[in-house]
Design a binder for this molecule. Sequence first.
Ligand code: HEM
Ligand code: HEM
Length: 203
Amino acid sequence: MSATVPTVTPAPTAATAFAPLGRFTATQRLLHWTMAACILAMLFIGVGMVSTITTKYVTLVSIHRPLGIAILVLAILRLAVRLRFGAPPLPPDMPEPMKLAAKLSHWVFYGLMIAMPVIGWAMLSAANYPVVMWGGFTLPPILPPSEATHAILWNAHFTLAFAFFALILVHLAAALFHALVRRDGVFEAMAPVPSGRGGVPAE
Ligand code: HEM
Ligand code: HEM
């Protein structure tokens, strides 16, 4: 008589209950967090600039111009890295409209990270002001002087800055929703250091 040995399925552990979702590469994470700090600083420096009529304006604008151009260079590099290495897949249980919103908002971010500095540079060129970098090096104008063009670009820089701010707030809310409510590994994909919690429920 042969006894049937019952098979025991091991209880899921943190290690077995989640399949790895994948993370952005270290370069992508470094660029994301460095640029997030620079962009937030730029928004506050910009608002500070237009809220003062003291000599602090000169100090703030002399940071705003080169930091903005540094963001432009980093954004182009980041776009190239993104096109080369892609992004980890979003969790399969994430609703399609949410996935679409995430992807669209990321491309809008790329657009803004490039458009804002280019508009700033073009705006100063149209106003016939020099775009002075750190060390006194001056960038060439990218537009001929024109009062009308300057006014249009000033309005575009102003409006897009507020759109940028609004999108960052939505992005921050979404990141916290993934990290604290859904706990689906999306936050861990971009977290500076691994938390050991990243992943999607295994099939
Ligand atoms: C990611 C890049 C950038 C961001 C987020 C940004 C953001 C801002 C913000 C929030 C303001 C204040 C808008 C207002 O409340 O009226 C501003 C103003 C300004 N920005 Fe930028 N900016 C960027 C890049 C640049 C660059 C590259 C330049 C020039 C090379 C530039 C030149 C200016 C100037 C001259 C003003 C002040 C305009 C005035 O005095 O009326 N910006 N920017
Ligand atoms: C100025 C601020 C920020 C900008 C411009 C920005 C921009 C971006 C962009 C463009 C992506 C997509 C990456 C890609 O597909 O290549 C991304 C992803 C991400 N960001 Fe931000 N970010 C900012 C701030 C933050 C903050 C403050 C947090 C969290 C507290 C955050 C959390 C995340 C997470 C979790 C992802 C991964 C999302 C995914 O895999 O779909 N970001 N961010």
